[in-house]
Design a protein around this ligand. Sequence first.
Ligand code: RP5
Length: 165
Amino acid sequence: MSSETGPRVGIVMGSDSDWPVMKQAAEALAEFGVAHEADVVSAHRMPEEMLAYGKQAAGRGLSVIIAGAGGAAHLPGMLAAVTPLPVIGVPVALKTLDGMDSLLSIVQMPAGVPVATVAIGGARNAGLLAVRILAASDPALQEQMVTFQADLKKAAQDKGAAVRG
Ligand code: RP5
């Protein structure tokens, strides 16, 4: 059963220590007025709850899951294994290895179980990608994205003008 008023995007992360990065996904969704939820759902520390979240996500009306984790970052891939929804993975950098461990844990999925992986710390792009996925079947949201892209272009052009003097 899908919901017309409930969250359309679920943001989950392995620890509250990921939130300073992952909140950028929430901020991007808020800019577009996309209803979303956020929670800590650790693949390693609460595996049963993590699997339940993935299994129930589509039935609760979510359309996209954004999952962020650091280190041995199994959360996005395990969610993708149990949901038919698109999953966007956000590698979070920890104090060691500069996030390369997180990136490689998330991006190297086996064929048949895709995770759309953004850059290390790229939670804002994860939010924007979720908007684009939703916008493919939501003309009003797509119009907002077109305006957003035009604003990006204008800002880049203005910076060029400032450099040229
Ligand atoms: C991962 O372990 C989490 O996603 C987090 O990035 C990392 C460290 O977690 P804490 O020890 O800060 O709770 O599962």
